[in-house]
Design a protein around this ligand. Sequence first.
Ligand code: TXA
Ligand code: MG
Length: 343
Amino acid sequence: MKSKYINFKKNNNFEELKAPAEAIKQGKLVLFPTETVYGIGANALNEEAVKKIYIAKGRASDNPLIAHISHMEMLEQLVEKVGKVEKTLIENFWPGPLTIIFKKKKIVPDIITGGLDTVAIRMPSNQIARKLIEYSNCPIAAPSANISGKPSGTLVEDIIEELDGKVEYIIDSGKVDIGIESTVIRVQDGVVHILRPGKITPEDIQALKIPVHIEKQILGKYKEGEKILSPGIKYKHYSPNTKCVLIYSKDNDKMVQKINELSQNKNVVVLCKTKNLEKYNISNKLNMGNSLEEISKNIFTLLRKADTYKADLILIEGVEKIGLGLAIMNRLIRACAHDYIEI
Ligand code: TXA
Ligand code: MG
């Protein structure tokens, strides 16, 4: 059966969210927008409902989900204690694209934490997401809306084929704002460990005089058996079916030259910055934009689009790994399965 579709592109009648909220209460799944990416939501406190998310995504059961909340009372319901550093982060970045790992209370079912004693929590800033949680009157567990391993959904058109019929409702509000998933952090001994980079950058956190540690696995390869702070690191992610290679140099001309070299005698698609569009003698070029904000917003939909060309190779321009660039490079390095050339 097809999912019920709610068009929220030009709509701000929140009353229309009451039906999908009712579906959440009844243990069903709802696809909804957040400011980062679309999510597949279920009542976080209902084990059977959360199980359906894992089935819909084909997700490994040891990869935990984020519980999305609309009010601070919900945080108290779910976590043992909110430390001083966490409080500062919440004051500065919630609602918004920051997910914080806390020690969980018993009420949080093991299925959403993958059996860990911690739970990931985020208060989204997107009004549709917030109202949906409020009307559902429960925290909503939601991973990014995509089949496991594929690029996250930032546009309903990109994911409708893989998810239609698997959820009760699809709430479509057009392209999301940020385009890559939230920053995931955990505080240990006063230090913020970045487990997944995102729109809230290490620099944003350091500006609050809080020390930051960037986990090396963010840009490196996960080795079998290695200790990890976030299970998501282990899994293949963001990957188109076509082979992808990421190329970066601080020297823009060198990067362009290398991409032109690699594309010779091959059927390739290039994902490049607007300013470099004219520098390639290649017919299949996809424009990522120039700023990090534009690139972040476009990257997942372009990875999916690049795949439709059925090319031999997708060549992708990298960016400098600072600020939001760190999050973009984290996603791209993984999309390319670590096929990354830095000159
Ligand atoms: O922006 C976002 O965060 C989106 C939207 C829908 O809110 N959600 C999202 O969820 O990206 P998901 O499930 O695709 O990614 C959650 C990440 C995974 O890498 C997971 O391993 C990590 O958070 N995570 C969840 N709970 C954790 C925990 N208790 N400890 C460590 N990592 C955790
Ligand atoms: Mg995901």
